[in-house]
Design a binder for this molecule. Sequence first.
Ligand code: SF4
Length: 486
Amino acid sequence: MGGIFGVVSKKECVLDVFFGTDYHSHLGTRRAGMAMYGDRGFDRAIHNIQNSPFRTKFERDVTEFNGNIGIGCISDYEPQPLLIQSHLGSYGITTVCKINNMDELIAEAYNVGRTQFLEMSGGNINPTELVATLINQKDTIAEGIQYALERVDGSLTLLVMTDKGIYAGRDLYGRTPLMIGKKEDEAYCVAFESFSYINLGYKDEKELGPGEIVYITADGYETLRPAQDIMKICTFLWIYYGYPTSTYEGVNVEAMRYNCGKALAIRDKSSWADDVKPDLVAGVPDSGTAHAIGYANESGIPFSRPFIKYTPTWPRSFMPTDQNQRNLIARMKLIPVDRLIRGKSLLLIDDSIVRGTQLRETTEFLYNSGAGEVHIRPACPPLLHGCKFLNFSRSNSEYDLITRRVIREREGENVSDEILKDYADPDSMNYKEMVDEIKKQLNFTSLRFHRLDDMVESVGLPKERLCTYCWDKQGDCHKCASCNGC
Ligand code: SF4
């Protein structure tokens, strides 16, 4: 994924950019960057943050930077922000994007006279540089941003910083969010995460709509391109990767997660036999915790922490690319509390089930620690499709998903969309049998997924405003001329 943050101020604002960017650290684990416009013109620093956090890596830069305008990012992939010089002047640019049509856009850039791109290690072109190339094909930065938003297949939200202000553009379908905050008569900021500016003294000013482009200075902001009607904001923002204190489209993440837990508890209430009611409800730390609180509040079953993350030496989510190492790290972080596990029936909530490997290991670990029963309640429906809109490294192939492996075992290769649709329907026989098979393979006492209709209700926005592609393949807009928000 990734997160972006920017400030335009009447005063020095290096620390605001530093802390505001730092508050996006949960959105990426690889690289981070800051760029300021100050006495020396544009200044920039980029660091690898895989083994130490943003604040540690940028401590020195902060003492050397100065300026009243700045942008920063946390990036899971390419180094950014980039400083660009073109016929549009000098600017800094940072993005949250996934570009599926890179090859097509690169070929077009060569056709219109672009002679080179810098190559990153591994031979790939930096997607943020490609976005800058799209912008530079137009006569103004605003026109260029609009062109980039329209041409990128995938998603793109970005900030472009000049020596006078910041242009902010939200993804054409609003898959990722962007908020403007205001600090009295002194400054404006713009952020992916709305909570990131609260402690810096900014208040919510405006949420950009899908495809909206805004130009921000220290005196105010103006909309250069209005929002379009169709929105497909990522539902996974609320389920998993958004920070609990953030609010998107008026819906707070923590509150939505309580709603998920509540809906799961309501579905369970009618089906628990008296003798199998769990002794306690727990969330897989930390992404299942809020959902579990919602479940406990509704069901009356006490919330507990039967295992606790050892945080002092695991301050960040260090994510090696090797899956076995990732599983090992996930296991090493969790310490069991014997008194809360031995002989107990546990109901455990995780945000989702992807491969199932980690949750199976966690369940084994609970059985080995003396648990009698482990009931699993994922806070979202079964994931059936990979995400093609965000750089969200959940799986490399659809067969990484346990659902698709089970369906392949039942249906063979090349399953039609029609059949997959049936597996996505919580009232179908295929769905019930798939869930039963997952329960058996992962050795859970019982398994009930959050239903798609309940999840949409937990968000509280109309379904057509949400991307639910990874569950039911809905929300895949193609930018067609006669768009009906498919
Ligand atoms: S496919 Fe899933 S993860 Fe990707 S944008 Fe849509 S809801 Fe979000």
